[in-house]
Design a binder for this molecule. Sequence first.
Ligand SMILES: [Zn+2]
Length: 197
Amino acid sequence: MPIRSRAALLLVPLLLGGLTACADAAGGTALDRAQNGFASSTTVGTTDDGLLTAADGYLPDGAGVSATDDVPAVTDLDPELRAAVQEAARAAAADGVVLRITSGWRSAELQQALFDAAVAEHGSVDAARAYVLQPDESEHVTGDAVDVGPTEAMYWLARHGSDWGLCQTYGNEAWHYELATEPGTACPPPLTDARAG
Ligand SMILES: [Zn+2]
């Protein structure tokens, strides 16, 4: 797997840079930050097909994108999830809170690159899976998950997201939301982390 290894190696300095530059209140590892678009470089890594780009769902801008933006990270989300996030974002705006999508749909190639970097950072596949799932189990690859920001928007969605069925599903990822309840009903308690799924 030389190509994958190379992708992971390219990612690590990028991720560490992101951690140094973005020591904000959101918490999380360097990898979480890159996954959430905090990394500043437009180059995530490489695959057999070349660079990972916006077509893979990569969002180079640390500020994320609007839920109505015309980029694959948003347009390739499950339509029901996308509509729910758009409605939530409108309601948040009415409360004076800007809700952005920092990561949405991801190609399997982008997910693999993120996973490889997590293995490199955390030292084992099992440890990495607490933070990033492999492509065949990630809800981001199927378009069924969004990461939101900034921190104020995470808090807003934690209080109001269930109005649209949006729930935080992993206790260690305050930014990660999925459709997980009937709109207007309480969210199930989040799993400890992605490994518990
Ligand atoms: Zn996520």
